[in-house]
Structures are given as structure tokens and as C-alpha cells.
Design a protein around this ligand. Sequence first.
Ligand code: BES
Ligand code: MN
Ligand code: ZN
Length: 488
Amino acid sequence: MLAIRLLAEPERLDVLALPVRPAAEAEPSAQPVPVAAVLPDGVADELAALVPVAQLGGDAGQTWTQVRPGRVPARLLPFGIGAGDEAAWRRAGAALARTAAGTEHVTLLLPATATPAAVRGLVEGLLLASYRFRLGADRAAPALSAVDLVAQDPADYVDVVASARTTAEMTRLARDLVNMPSSVKNPEWFAGQVADAAAGVPDLHLRVREPDELAAAGFGGIIAVGAGSANGPRLVELDWRPAGARMHVVLVGKGITFDTGGISIKPRAGMKLMRKDMGGAAAVVAATLGAAMLRLPVRVTTLAPLAENMVSGAAFRPGDVIRHYGGATSETTNSDAEGRLVLADALAYAVREHQPDLLVDLATLTGANAVALGKRTAALYSEDDRLAGDLLAAVDAAGEAAWRMPLPTDYVDYLSSDLADLYSAPDQGAGSVVAALYLREFLGELRDRWVHVDMSAPSWTEGGDAELTPGATGWGVRSLLRWLDTLG
Ligand code: BES
Ligand code: MN
Ligand code: ZN
């Protein structure tokens, strides 16, 4: 990963990154303004001459490369910081990481006006946009490998850089897990990755339940969905228990390591990318590891039900009735609605065994998320306005996107089955909404202290943009860490 240091004086001046802000309306020059505190000799004049030529207005995301053969610095990288807030600096950092790909080292002069929040955005942008995942030989220029941030008072930024680094590292871990092909990433492998990442983190406890234990304890949803695969299911339970925590949060993440649809098999185009169907599990696990590394003073128990939804003679069938943890039954109308079956077990278990203060689940649950909200925005459900508002605020501050969706009473009847307690996937209502209503049935008394996030759409990006690189986005890690940081 890109190495970022905070320094009071530059150690190297070969490649110099210089923040530039747009001219304020009142400024007569109408020129963008370089904002670094101290510039090397001659660089200020050169920048002033350069800025109009480079058409660098100072907007966040704009960059320019000025090569100066035989001189010091040998390269100038002026880059726009727009409004100078956290979001703009995140975008700026991401643009800089892309422009400087293939560069070994960059020295970046921070302006005295940069707030700690701005530096958080910058560091996240740099680290997230320089992410790469490839199993073959690399075809692109190597990512930028080191950035020195030079500040008049580095001490102002030490904490925020450490926190941004952990957040970005955990987002990168979630991306790695989601990008990994399912031939490698079976439930056992995923659980092993969690064990490796959790090893040595104080006060972090891991329990992994194997298939026979799951069956004996009545986790019928996880067992049914995993039944068709040669790779048995697992339930990961990761517990961050800081001394003195007053608040207890349970996070639940859907962990389908590959979703063929089962007997209700998916068409080929819809199946191609179904290795990403454990994005919820990856995000909640990575956020919990991050909370433990940052020692956030809130207890977090994370449940990741892991299974591979395959087609075989042992697979569960459409029309089977499944008995979940706690005893409620589902008539499985469609084996492709598998995520809610494993989540139902985990939610019922969380409510019964943990009785947390708050419960949040993340799941790549329905294609309907993208139909309703497009490719960038998660669908967020909660009965409680304040809890929904707090989460939406954290999502927004983190630079991710979610939109609150309704839980209409009128659709609840669609869930009633003649055969069992619930239909898992009624064909009325709206895809993402009825899935949320189904999950709510397992919340018992925690109904109004629960948030469900359907993040099927934003967990993946074809093209990448700003801090997102093509493939897995790690959606949710940043938002959850922000939110957890406000509790306690
Ligand atoms: N994993 C899919 C949802 C999904 C689709 C995630 C596209 C990411 C991109 C989920 O298990 C699924 O198949 N959902 C069905 C539900 C239906 C059978 C009620 C869907 O969305 O079609
Ligand atoms: Mn499915
Ligand atoms: Zn799925």
C-alpha cells in the first residue's frame, strides 16, 4: 500500500504536488491560487504563469503535470482542491494518485488552511484510488508508492492520518475479499481470512461455526442455502469488546461467496459477477476490524453467514420449507432469494442471543436496488427516523451514498404463505422493499432499532471514479466506521 508520511520539512523535492484553489469571486485577478505555505524559489512565479495555460481552474479533481528537465523539482503537480472541504480533498487526493501513477515518490505541500477533516479526505483519496487488484501480471503503470505530506504543524494531523489510513486499509481489505474469485473464496477460506486479519488484535474474539454445529443449533437457512455446494457454509462471529463500552451494536453481512441462483438458476449475464455477493459480509467484517484497530469505545459483534448457492442434487428446492434459527419457517418460493434466508438466521440469532442496542445489516440483496436508485446509491431501511438520519449522515460524510426507502404496511400481507410462516420471495410489491419487510419479521423487539442496507448496486463499479477503482468498491466500510465513531 502507498506509504504516507507527515513531515515538517520536505525531505525530497523531485516531484512536488501543489494544491490550487479556485479564485474567490471578490478576487480581482480571477486566477486560481496556489495555497501551499512555502514554495521553493521561482516556483510561485512559474505556477502563476502555468495556471492559465493548464486551464487549471482549481476545481477538485483537476490535475496538471509540469515537467522541468534538469531542474529541482523535476516535476510539478498542481492539483485543484475546489471548496477545500473533506469531500473535495478526497476527490483531489484520488485525482493526484491517478496522475502520479508510476511515480515512486511525491512531496505534497499542505496549506496552513487545510483542516484535519481535509487531510482525512486527502489520505483516503490517495489510498483508495491507488488500489489495484490483479492475479495476473500487472499491465498498468505501478501505483504511486510514497507520499510525504509536509505541514507546518504535523502534530495537528497525526490522529486523522492514522484513522484515515486504517479506514482505507480496511476498505481495501473488503475490496480484496470481494474481488477474489469464488474458486478461492469459499466460506472456509473467507473465515480463514477473517481469522488471519483478527489475529493479534487485542480484545477481538472470533468464533467460526462449522456445518455440523450450524445444523445442530438450528441455523436452517444457512444450512439450506449451503446444501448444494461441496464447500460447506460457515457462520463467522467476530466480537470487538472494549472495556467499559456502554453501547452494543450488532452488524450482520450477507456472505454468499457465489450465487448461481440455485435451482432457480440465473441467466448467464446475471451470474457472471456473482462472486461479489458477499460484499455485505466483507464490509461488516472489515469495519469491525477497523473499529478494533482504532479502539472505538463501542462493542461491535459482527455476524457473517457464509454459503455458496449452487445447483446440485443436494441443493434446496423452490417450495421447500426452511426452519430458521429460533423456529420461524419460510416457504422458499425462489432459490435465488437466498440472501434473506441466511440473514434471517443471523438476525434471529443476534436478537435472541445478544439483545444489542442497535442492529445494522448490509447485503447485496436485490437487483432491484439498482432499478430503484441506479448504480451508486444503496437503499436504506429503518423504522426509526433518528437512527436512519444518523446513518445517512455518516454515509454522506464518508463520501458514500444511500437513500432511505419506505417499509409500507400495505405490502406486509404479500409475505404470508399458506404453508409456512413466511414466503421468502413474494412476487408482489417491490423487490428491494419486500426483501426488507421479510427481514424485519426476524427482528422481534428490535424492529425499531434496526437498519437494513441493500447495497447490491454500489458495492461494485465497472469503470471506477474518483476514489473508486474498477471492481469492488468496499462500500460500507467507511460509512460504518464513521457511524460507529459517533457512538460510545
Ligand atoms: N445476489 C442477488 C442480488 C444481486 C443482483 C446483487 C444483482 C447484485 C447484483 C440476490 O441473491 C438475488 O438473486 N436476488 C433476486 C431476488 C428475487 C429472486 C426475489 C433478484 O434481485 O432478482
Ligand atoms: Mn440470489
Ligand atoms: Zn444473492
